[in-house]
Design a binder for this molecule. Sequence first.
Ligand SMILES: NC(=O)c1ccc[n+]([C@@H]2O[C@H](COP(=O)([O-])OP(=O)(O)OC[C@H]3O[C@@H](n4cnc5c(N)ncnc54)[C@H](O)[C@@H]3O)[C@@H](O)[C@H]2O)c1
Ligand SMILES: [Fe+2]
Length: 424
Amino acid sequence: MTEYLNETVFTWGGVPLKFGAGAVDEIGHDLGQLGADRVLVVTDPGIAEAGIAQRVADAATAAGLTVGIYDRVHVEPTDTSFAEAVEFAGQSEWDGFIGVGGGSSIDTAKAINLLTTYPGELHDYLNKPIGEGKAPPGPLKPLVAVPTTAGTGAESTPVCVLDMLSLKVKTGISHPRLRPSLAVVDPLLTLGLPPEVTAASGMDVLCHALESYTAKPYDAFPRHTPETRVAYCGSNPISDLWAEKAMSLLGGAFRRAVLTGGDLAARTDMMMAATFAGMGFGNAGVHIPHACGYPIAGMVRDYVPSGYPDAPLVPHGQSVSLTAPAAFRFTFPTDPARHQRAARLLAPDTTPHDDPREQLPSVLAALMRDIGIPSGLGEVGYGKSDIDGLVDGAMKQQRLLAVAPRPVGADDLAAIFLDSFENW
Ligand SMILES: NC(=O)c1ccc[n+]([C@@H]2O[C@H](COP(=O)([O-])OP(=O)(O)OC[C@H]3O[C@@H](n4cnc5c(N)ncnc54)[C@H](O)[C@@H]3O)[C@@H](O)[C@H]2O)c1
Ligand SMILES: [Fe+2]
């Protein structure tokens, strides 16, 4: 057998998908096909208030299913909020779940599915070194994910993310068995999404696309065996296709979706961009901006964003975008052509910056300013004295930093944070 030093194989996994206006009305039929009869809808109070969860529950009930609703998901879930949700779900027998909402609701549904199907505690399954990193012992129950943000891509990824309150750190569970059984993506559900959530969750999509597109190429990693091959395998020709298409959709629709929320064409393109970016990063991986975003969100003090529940939090999409201009300035030398191409896809009608290295950072800063993202770390409550803590938190995300296209040490991260206090 030929001996290879570098990886020659990449993998691509996905979730069956139903996409389009009105798709959610068919959910009863879809759950029936998956063999679920008693299903729990998992959602947060804001989505319940918007009537979206009830609409999904009604569609399932009309198809003859028995439906319960848990509407107390915590926005940006925590170990405590997961425990409450699992406790509620454990009081009845369910043979399927529907996660209706943004990443917070879909991730909570994933955790409920795992922790009510098999014995064991959250800690057993959390990624190492924070948890034991155990694999789910067997297949999970059917889970249909219905995203209402465009968005995290949680409907197609094998991960769920949570905030460990005691440790002030975000971590998650990642295993292919966590992938939903079906994603039902209906752009009509996003017409009432507040502009601030449209902006933040759209920046999450953008970072997914950009980070997976600029990730270390799969064939620059050492050769794996089938057993050791990781879920995030680095950029590869198939993930690249999804990322490029997601970026050109964002280039056409993002500002319109934020500024004129009821524009169905823009909402549809944003939903498609989120789905496509999910199909890309869910395999290739994300790197520096996401690694930095975790401590930015986890160490929050008193920043309360508008458009979100009235509590201190840095929404995921804001937290990952704040260091993106600086991070892509840092990764530029690894593949200048790719960074320049990304800038053109995102801003096809803009005259490129004279300095090639500044093209992508300047496109990002202009977009973030136009859609109302905070200008940098200062605006979300951090000072220069927080840099050491932020660096420590980002250094814990080695699973993500391993996918960066060049080695990233603590000094590099400190420079990136320092460069991110004011992006314009
Ligand atoms: N599993 C993954 O692959 C993955 C990837 C990235 C992020 N995440 C996680 O996802 C979470 C963030 O998810 P998100 O950005 O999708 O937002 P979210 O689920 O936190 O929701 C944000 C806010 O928007 C409201 N909202 C959502 N949809 C609405 C609608 N259609 N109409 C009116 N209001 C609506 C919600 O009520 C909530 O107040 C974070 O916890 C993040 O860590 C998970
Ligand atoms: Fe994300």
